[in-house]
Design a protein around this ligand. Structure first.
Ligand code: FES
Length: 194
């Protein structure tokens, strides 16, 4: 039995958002409904799986493919989940964790380390309130407000400009704590204006 237009409800310990519906015993969220549309639109097309995964990531709230989304895609396309995982782990543009609105990537290669990139990472933790996760060595941390995702790389290939930090894909060289503060302030301000 399908119950449509349920505003928000709980099954067990899980609360589902506005727009979720029940299909039999399965909870169909708004994201899953969007995936159904994407699957229907791309069925039988060349390279359908890649397109479905790409579009499903785009419609997700935090630009990533959740376990539920991947299971749902497997169910609707008939493609084994193991094959879907092979695809999403092979291509770097697929995200398996929620992404912040902005991405900060700190280089942790030797040249950048020597020029203080660990201190920059600590500064970022303090500025964005995620020191604990960074201290625990997580190489992928999203702030609780989903504004920033912090990642590290082994080398940007810009060692002469060390230490290097990329903000939303833009490389910044010779970064100091003061420069970092300024750059982050600018990003936050720009976001407020838009
Ligand atoms: S070590 Fe950082 S850019 Fe190469």
């Amino acid at each position: 039995m399908k119950v449509a237009n349920v505003h928000a409800f709980r099954t067990g310990s899980r609360k589902f958002k506005l727009g979720a519906v029940m299909e039999g015993t399965q909870v169909i969220t708004r994201e899953m409904q969007q995936i159904d549309t994407i699957v229907a639109k791309n069925k039988g097309r060349h390279g359908e799986l890649l397109t479905i995964l790409e579009e499903a990531q785009l419609v997700s709230e935090h630009n990533y493919l959740s376990e539920e989304a991947l299971n749902h895609i497997a169910l609707r396309t008939g493609v084994p989940l193991s094959r879907i995982y092979n695809v999403v782990t092979f291509f770097s543009f697929f995200n398996l964790k929620p992404q912040g609105q902005h991405t900060l990537t700190v280089c942790r290669g030797t040249a950048c380390h020597t020029k203080g990139s660990k201190t920059l990472l600590d500064d970022i933790g303090l500025m964005l309130g995620c020191s604990k996760a960074l201290e625990e060595g997580d190489s992928f941390v999203t702030t609780p407000d989903n504004k920033f995702t912090i990642t590290t790389v082994a080398c940007f290939g810009q060692c002469a400009l060390a230490p290097v930090v990329a903000i939303d894909g833009v490389i910044h060289s010779n970064v100091t704590t003061a420069k970092l503060q300024k750059l982050l302030g600018k990003v936050v301000k720009e976001k407020k204006k838009s």
